[in-house]
Ligand binder design. Structure first.
Ligand code: HEC
Ligand code: HEC
Length: 563
């Protein structure tokens, strides 16, 4: 077949005198499309939820196809974040098992990076004191804030009645608005439901996304969110509750029960000898024995009953008290003082399906791979205050670790790993290109602080407010933003000031007022298609009587205008 295609290509090139590489690329793309359609068609009968029962929905939010599709659009909608940079799916991506594979580190309570209390969390947004007032974050400075816990998986979360690592949300409906209003994840300090609703109203559905799956394209069909909400809820109106209901309905479709282990539970396939030994070790009770791991005492979500009851689990610990919910345990990852979890260092037991896709592990992401997790359990955890009695040194041998590892690898659902329905999804703007980049270096002010430019997000045509801020200045210093159509990445020095702009005749200084701790300038991007692809350069100059130059300059911004 390969030969036939190349022969055809050669004759085509000859006939049309077109660039053969271009044609080859087009042919390959066509072939790939055909193959993926074929795979999708073959796999289609598997997409249904064959093993788990459907997760329960609250009576006032019954499932419907339109609501689920609206929820899907909202889940992947970067415009739900105030800065147009973060969607739910940014931190909960399927390729990484429903968690976050991007590396972002919070310095922890000691405020220092590179120490044992660091947290591998999720990158959110720059800190803002209001919609258009950047602020310096105590932990992250002028960089994007990072969550203080690792993002757990959204997959199979529909079966859970206590959500978050501390169980503080009782339903997906209750949970969904939390990240949207949170100033670290998607919002700004003081963001309200009304702000959110206004943002949704202003947004064209998935305007920033690419490769929108066909089922979602068919649903959206160029319509506005107002129309889509009316379609999903049977009457007009966008509200916070409806946003939460649609998101929750979508998350309830993200059910993963097609791993090799699931097919094994259903009697469809056999485990290899090594995988079966891993399962045996995982289930073996008697945690003190050197040959037993007894993981299933807490991780019951993958028990055979999950096919009848769903992947929920509450174990019966001998030490449970009314305050201590049985699905929360202190395994001894970090001292209680760093994060008490639900109480006394107890954290929700994570669901293990797709765990192999989800590194790093534990609530603080401190264990980088599954080998590190097995080492951790083998030595009986690290911190023993209020530690669960099931976690004991079990001295796993090398071959026991290998067996457990191959068992944990059977829990991966290929639909999750390959992002096939229901785990298909659009490509995010932030995964394709970054419109705002900061370059150059900043000067130090008379108060010995770096004068730093702050900006984030895509600058697309018609965007009402793109905010450019400057941090590190003192109250009542006059601040000017210089705008230019050319940059000068190598930089030049003029009268002791660093200049990162091309200094073309188009250079325009804009007075941003007298600063408090930051100054901010709000640009609205004109709806002028000619601007697409052009780059705007900007740099701050601040009057500073204590600086020897009388003025200080910031680093600079290159802003590509997107369609
Ligand atoms: C900036 C990253 C980030 C964004 C954006 C984000 N999340 Fe999360 N998500 C997290 C983190 C971190 C946690 C754990 C928080 C905790 O336990 O205190 C979490 C927890 C969850 C959980 C709980 C899972 C469980 O088993 O307990 C669900 C469900 C969830 N998020 C859904 C969403 C939805 C829906 C959105 C969009 C509205 C969203 N998330 C946006 C980072 C994020
Ligand atoms: C006492 C109950 C308990 C026992 C026993 C237990 N676990 Fe856990 N496991 C937990 C809890 C709770 C967490 C989350 C801890 C945290 O985030 O700090 C966890 C986390 C994990 C994770 C990380 C999941 C993620 O998404 O971050 C893996 C993998 C894991 N356990 C595997 C095992 C294996 C393998 C064993 C047996 C050797 C085992 N567990 C024994 C309660 C337990």
């Amino acid at each position: 077949m390969g030969y036939a295609i190349w022969a055809k290509l050669a004759s085509l090139c000859h006939a049309t005198k077109l660039n053969p590489c271009l044609i080859a690329a087009q042919q390959l793309a066509k072939m790939r499309r055909k193959v993926s359609l074929l795979i999708a068609a073959l796999a289609a009968p598997l997409f249904g939820q064959t093993y788990f029962p459907a997760p329960p929905s609250p009576l006032d939010n019954p499932p419907s196809a339109a609501k689920e599709l609206l929820g899907m659009a909202l889940f992947w909608e970067e415009q739900l974040s105030h800065a147009d940079t973060v969607s739910c799916g940014t931190c909960h991506s399927f390729r990484t098992g429903g968690g976050d594979g991007r590396l972002a580190v919070h310095p922890g309570i000691d405020g220092l990076l590179g120490t044992a209390d660091d947290i591998r969390g999720s990158r959110g947004v720059l800190r803002r004191n209001g919609p258009s007032a950047f602020a310096v974050d105590a932990a992250m400075g002028v960089a994007q804030q990072v969550t203080r816990r690792k993002a757990p998986s959204v997959i199979n979360a529909g079966y859970s009645t206590m959500l978050f690592y501390d169980g503080r949300a009782r339903s997906l409906e209750e949970l969904a608005l939390v990240p949207l209003l949170n100033h670290v994840e998607m919002g700004f300090i003081g963001r309200t439901e009304a702000d959110l609703v206004q943002k949704v109203q202003q947004s064209r559905p998935l305007a920033l996304a690419a490769n929108v799956p066909q089922r979602l394209q068919t649903f959206i069909q160029g319509q506005s969110y107002a129309t889509l909400f009316a379609q999903a809820f049977g009457s007009g109106g966008i509200t916070g509750t409806r946003i939460a209901n649609a998101l929750a309905s979508y998350v309830r479709t993200l059910n993963s029960d097609q791993s090799k282990y699931d097919h094994y539970l259903a009697g469809q396939v056999a485990l290899s000898a090594e995988e079966a030994r891993g399962l045996f070790l995982f289930e073996r009770s008697g945690a003190n024995s050197t040959s037993a791991a007894a993981c299933s005492q807490c991780h019951g979500d993958i028990s055979p009953t999950s096919h009848s009851a769903g992947p929920t689990f509450e174990n019966l610990t001998p030490y449970g008290t009314p305050q201590q919910h049985n699905n929360f345990h202190n395994t001894g990852v970090r001292p209680i003082a760093e994060d008490a979890g639900r109480s006394q260092g107890t954290f929700k037991v994570p669901l293990l399906r797709n765990v192999a896709l989800r590194a790093p592990f534990m609530h603080n992401g401190s264990l980088l791979d599954l080998v590190a997790v097995l080492d951790f359990y083998s030595r009986g955890g690290d911190f023993h205050q209020n530690q669960a009695p099931e976690v004991q040194p079990i001295q796993l041998t090398v071959s026991e670790r290998t067996a457990l590892l191959s068992f944990l690898n059977t829990l991966t659902d290929p639909r999750v790993q390959n992002e096939l329905p229901p785990f298909d999804r659009p490509l995010l703007q932030s995964e394709r290109n970054v419109s705002a980049t900061i370059y150059g270096t900043s000067m130090t002010s008379g108060a010995l602080v770096s004068v730093r430019l702050m900006a984030e997000g895509p600058a697309f045509l018609g965007k009402p407010a793109f905010v450019i801020g400057v941090a590190g200045i003192e109250p009542f210093q006059p601040a000017f933003l210089l705008l230019d159509v050319a940059g000068n990445p190598a930089g030049s020095t003029i009268n002791g000031l660093n200049c990162w702009l091309g200094l073309t005749p188009a250079l325009a200084p804009i007075f941003a007022g007298l600063s408090l701790t930051t100054a901010n300038l709000v640009l609205s991007i004109p709806n002028q298609p000619l601007l697409v692809g052009s780059t705007l350069y900007a740099q701050w100059v601040v009057a500073d009587s204590r600086a020897s130059t009388g003025l200080v300059t910031s680093d600079a911004l290159a802003l590509v205008i997107l369609p």
